[in-house]
Design a protein around this ligand. Structure first.
Ligand code: CMX
Length: 444
């Protein structure tokens, strides 16, 4: 057994009594109430999911296993000469909660190398769907590999019990993760580079090999590492993470679950927002004839968008109430590597005016930029100009976090998820009953 799996097995054994005790001794302690506004408003703010992989504080932003983004970028081991850490190291951290040594990272890398070959039929699926959206190709390629699942046949043969299932999910997760750089870069090269495929190099790390197979020079390898790390996890209530967790709660294997996660990520209010940001900015550029707008000019574009009933893409968040630290990390990368990029100048002017306008507009609870406000511009700068592909990159990163969550879901024996619904009539009756109670004269 490799070090990652051994460490994980130990952590799981240590953790289980905590969950078990909470359930058996304190199961009826309340953690949240639900209002009608929450039930009709996307379950916003209802505390009903438990994960220890990451936690999103509204004012501080994400912490992965207790570490902020700057800490993660500083503490995780980096490939020789690289500015950004190994993605392999982040996966180790997400799974175990420990900062890995260089050796630990090397072992994860070797695991990925052993498992990275993509079956031929998956290439055929992607070829057949090459005129579809890249997220369709990505989702289909992943679900097509379901027959590779280690979990499903073992389950069918009754070889698994509730508490050893995580082992098969772990095997499936590593098998799937190892293949994602090949699958995603194949989609890109097939669709946008005339099928001119570049083979990978097993000596390279997950992010570095992806950059190589994309055919893009340095520092795109560092950008890829940064991008995948930043997008990996954002606790478990967002659409992609929650979908992955929900589907796996039915004991659908990771291929079904991650393909579903990808489908959730494809929406414009979620992963697709980075594409929408770039489209919006480039619309402004066109109208400005490529001249960087003054604050006054940019204000007009923002107001025009809001007045036409559209959202300002890349701004706002369901949980965050400040500038997303993932935005800041990418901004720092831009300031270092592409400070004079024309689109970056636009992104900056937008950052300087949009929050005040959104405050004045008075609708968005969070007027600050999120991760998507900055990510498209960097991809564009390094030549990935096919917007449709950006969400695939997000999906690669998000798979790291969702798979870590799913392995732990099985390890802790989380059951199938099944919230309860009510009807509109029931809500109306409840309200009426409450009104009558309030009107009724006090009897004591
Ligand atoms: N521009 C204009 N209006 C906005 C807005 C924005 N950027 N963000 C929120 N609002 C509006 C909402 O549309 C909503 O209006 P209605 O009451 O008319 O429906 C109102 O403000 C309240 O929304 P909220 O509670 O602040 O935000 P939600 O939790 O409902 O939605 C999000 C969050 C991200 C979907 C929303 O802010 C948005 O649409 N942003 C733009 C798209 C985007 O950047 N998405 C990426 C998010 C990060 C990710 O998941 O990848």
């Amino acid at each position: 057994m490799n070090k990652l799996k051994k460490t994980l097995a130990k952590k799981i054994e240590e953790w289980r009594p905590r969950t078990k005790r909470l359930l058996s001794e304190f199961g009826d302690v309340k953690i949240s109430d639900v209002t009608i506004a929450q039930a009709l408003g996307g379950i916003r703010g209802v505390k009903c999911l438990v994960t220890d992989i990451s936690y999103l504080d509204p004012y501080e932003g994400i912490r992965f296993r207790g570490y902020t983004i700057p800490e993660v970028l500083e503490l995780l081991p980096k490939p020789p000469g690289a500015e950004m850490p190994y993605v392999e190291g982040l996966f180790y951290l997400l799974l175990t909660g420990d900062i890995p040594t260089k050796n630990d990272v090397k072992e994860v890398h070797q695991e990925f190398v052993m498992r990275r070959n993509v079956p031929d039929y998956v290439y055929k699926v992607m070829d057949d769907l090459a005129d579809h959206h890249p997220m369709v190709m990505f989702s289909a390629a992943i679900v097509a590999m379901e027959k590779e699942s280690v979990f499903t046949p073992k389950y069918k043969k009754n070889e698994l019990d509730k508490y050893n299932m995580w082992d098969a999910y772990y095997e499936d997760s590593l098998n799937l993760l190892a293949k994602l750089p090949r699958i995603a870069s194949y989609i890109y090269r097939k669709k946008y580079r005339n099928g001119d495929i570049i083979v990978g190099d097993p000596k390279l790390d997950w992010g570095g090999d992806f950059a190589r197979m994309m055919g893009i020079d340095k520092p795109y390898d560092d950008l890829s590492r940064l991008y995948f790390i930043l997008h990996s996890d954002h606790e478990s209530g967002n659409v992609s993470a929650h979908t992955g967790h929900l589907v796996a709660s039915a004991l659908s294997d990771v291929y079904y679950s991650i393909s579903s996660m990808i489908n959730g990520l494809a929406g414009p209010l979620h992963g697709l927002a980075n594409e929408m940001v770039l489209r919006w900015i480039q619309g402004v550029m066109k109208k400005m004839d490529n001249k960087v707008p003054t604050h006054e000019e940019m204000r007009k574009f923002v107001w025009d968008t809001l007045k036409s009933g559209q959202v300002i893409p890349g701004y706002g968040h369901a949980v965050l109430r400040r500038t997303d630290p993932r935005y800041m990390a990418q901004r720092e990368f831009c300031l270092k590597h592409l400070p004079n990029d024309p689109i970056f100048q636009y992104v900056n002017v937008l950052y300087e005016v949009a929050p005040d306008i959104l405050k004045e507009h008075g609708k968005a609870k969070n007027p600050w930029p999120n991760v998507d406000a900055q990510s498209g511009v960097i991809q564009w700068h390094y030549g990935v100009r096919e917007y449709d592909f950006y969400t695939v990159l997000f999906g690669m990163g998000r798979s790291l976090g969702v798979l870590a969550n799913i392995i732990w879901d099985r390890a802790l024996g989380y059951p199938i998820e099944r919230p309860k619904s009510v009807t509109t009539q029931m809500l109306e009756d409840l309200v009426m009953q409450k009104e009558e109670e309030e009107k009724a004269p006090m009897t004591h």
